[in-house]
Design a protein around this ligand. Structure first.
Ligand code: ZN
Length: 322
């Protein structure tokens, strides 16, 4: 589509969110601005993205949660944004990618400590191509996945031989399914109004079961992005990096708002600590960035209370259902 055609189109319609998705407070203060650049999301077209309207993040003054001040007011925005033409090769490459294995290994190790019995059941929600469920199975878990995208779900099913469900968690619960461990790995930050998914997740947990959540840590991600822009001069338009560009990350949890969200759905927090970082291959990250990320990751794991410092870039949360 030519630039002149794009400029003649209406902008993406937005509607204000008005109340905090976690605590319902109306005390939302705009604290951050990113861009909407729909040329990276062709299935959301046709809207004007040439002027790059602002995509604003608001912080709740009551609980500290961050969410978009406004969200796209069109049907199935997120379904369209995440639509991708998967090929058998791209699915296989995704399954074989090892850069998140350090995170996955850490989660499985900590879950095993918390749930001692053998042949523990595990449901990975947002299983994608099934790598985490597969690693869990390899480590002795009776692992299953939940993936609502039928294409990736079918791949995961075939590739792992495991049960990969395409129903939502509350539908699985209605059919009597219950799991000792439920995992949400880099999923919760993408789903608007996260309380409904958290409520349905609790329904598939066995009493005494554990929910493991890994999400980016909102305040520290903003700090990092501010540093990248102001000190390193990174251009959010050039590298698509941003705290919430195009509404990719819509939930920005702080330690406090994560705790409140879990307690509101009746879970008891076991721990909230610094999560592990992805190990991006050196070729992709470059030596300087690769070393920095690995050093921050290491320090965050060693130092007690690092989750409250800029080293706590990710939250690794464990909560139990009494
Ligand atoms: Zn709030």
């Amino acid at each position: 589509m030519s630039d002149s055609v794009i400029k003649s189109l209406p902008p993406l319609p937005l509607k204000p969110t008005e109340t905090c998705w976690i605590c319902q407070s109306t005390k939302l203060v705009e604290i951050w601005q990113d861009v909407i650049d729909l040329k990276w999301s062709p299935y959301v077209a046709p809207y004007n993205h040439s002027t790059h309207p602002a995509c604003k993040l608001a912080r709740c003054s009551s609980c500290g949660f961050g969410q978009p001040a406004s969200v796209p007011d069109i049907e199935d925005y997120y379904g369209r944004m995440y639509h991708r033409e998967w090929t058998p090769e791209s699915l296989e490459n995704d399954f074989q990618a090892t850069y998140r294995d350090v995170i996955y290994g850490d989660i499985l190790k900590r879950l095993a400590r918390l749930l001692r019995k053998p042949r523990r059941t595990l449901l990975d929600i947002g299983a994608h191509t099934g790598r985490f469920a597969w690693l869990a199975y390899e480590n002795g878990w009776a692992a299953e996945g939940l993936e609502i995208n039928p294409v990736t779900a079918e791949f995961a099913r075939r590739r792992t031989g495991l049960a990969i469900h395409t129903q939502r968690a509350e539908e699985l619960a209605k059919h009597g399914k219950r799991y000792k461990a439920v995992t949400l790995n880099d999923v919760l930050e993408h789903l608007p109004e996260p309380m409904s998914i958290l409520r349905s997740v609790t329904e598939v947990m066995e009493p005494g079961g554990i929910l493991a959540i890994k999400v980016p840590h909102g305040p520290m991600q903003r700090l990092k992005e501010g540093f990248r822009r102001r000190i390193l001069g990174c251009d959010p338009m050039a590298d698509r990096a941003g705290v919430m560009s195009n509404f990719v990350h819509v939930n920005h949890f702080s330690v406090n708002s994560m705790r409140l969200a879990l307690e509101t759905v009746g879970l008891e927090v076991v721990s909230i600590r610094s999560g592990r970082c992805e190990t991006i291959p050196w070729k992709q990250s470059g030596v300087a960035r690769g070393l920095t990320v690995r050093a921050i990751d290491r320090m965050a794991q060693i130092l007690p209370g690092s989750v409250h410092t800029p080293m706590g870039m990710n939250l690794q949360v464990f909560a139990t259902k009494r």
